[in-house]
Design a protein around this ligand. Structure first.
Ligand code: FE
Length: 296
């Protein structure tokens, strides 16, 4: 049994995206700062509608998946293929951009708190041009395991074995085999999480701090500081004095070249140039045929 340790700490930075949505970017804040296959992790949290109300008007994506997890708020998603999804508190939208999507992600509330995350997960070369697809997952479909020592583990993707009881999330069977957990631990509580060896893991505390590693050798991640972990088959977490809420992510690395141009992530410059031509020529609209043949 090998316990993972923190190799690298990434402090999230304040930035804005879309039509001026204020957010904190963790992975993806500078070129090349990703943890294969995780390309980007944004946290948005505000009580002030001025920080989020303009949303993310129509914009394209190609070559990866976006996972939006809303803790609080209400977001409407629409795309050029006619898909529409209504994301509410506690829900997740898992979108496979594949060969192309043009969509908008717009807050539907005029007041109150908007809080959540968007994660970008890369697609393998062989799947970058597959038809776009969606899963809209209601909060009720996401299992929550209660921990013996207090706290909970919400399983959005993959599965986790907690003391012999396996909890499986609604997202399964992807090539990168992602694990996406939202862990809540009361002050001082600890959790030993099995994770697959060889998968890259990232822990992002968004409330309180969390210590990662075995006692005596643990490293503390403060709120908003993501930890890239070493390899191993277990993550040991211990909540700080305020308790913690943290995302725990793990997935199989693709080990393929990553060439990103804004919302397009391909393997070569040529593919990016082709993507820009396709977008300018309106070829993204051609993805509609794929939608029909995909039975969506
Ligand atoms: Fe988007």
């Amino acid at each position: 049994m090998t316990t993972r340790t923190v190799n690298n700490v990434i402090q999230s930075i304040a930035t804005s995206d879309g039509a001026g949505v204020k957010l904190r970017r963790s992975l993806g804040q500078t070129r090349g700062l990703y943890h294969d296959p995780f390309l980007m992790l944004d946290e948005f949290s505000s009580e002030n509608p001025g920080d989020y109300i303009a949303g993310f008007p129509a914009h394209p994506h190609r070559g990866f998946e976006t996972v939006t997890y809303l803790l609080d708020g209400h977001m409407l998603h629409e795309d050029h293929l006619g898909n529409r999804g209504d994301l509410k508190s506690g829900g997740v939208q898992w979108m496979t951009a594949g060969r192309g999507i043009i969509h908008s992600e717009m807050p539907q509330q005029l007041e109150g708190r908007m809080r959540g995350f968007q994660l970008w997960i890369n697609l393998p070369a062989a799947e970058k041009m597959k038809p776009a697809g969606y899963r809209d997952i209601d909060a009720a479909e996401i299992p929550v395991a209660a921990l013996a020592g207090g706290g909970t583990v919400k399983v959005i993707a993959g599965e986790v074995d907690l003391g012999g009881t396996v909890t499986a999330g609604p997202i399964q069977g992807l090539t990168t085999d992602p694990l996406y957990l939202d862990v809540e631990l009361p002050a001082g509580a600890s959790l030993s999480l099995p994770v697959k060896s060889g998968h890259n893991a990232y822990v992002y505390p968004y409330e309180g701090s969390v210590a990662i590693g075995t006692e005596g050798q643990a490293r503390v991640l403060e709120r908003g500081h993501g930890g890239m972990l070493s390899d191993g088959d277990r993550i040991e977490l211990q909540a700080g004095a305020q308790g913690t809420r943290a995302l725990v992510l793990a997935a199989k690395p693709l080990r393929e070249p990553v060439v990103q141009y804004g919302p397009f992530v391909m393997n070569t410059r040529e593919e990016i140039e082709q993507t820009l031509r396709d977008y300018q020529n309106g070829a993204f609209a051609g993805a509609a045929e794929a939608r029909a043949s995909d039975g969506r």
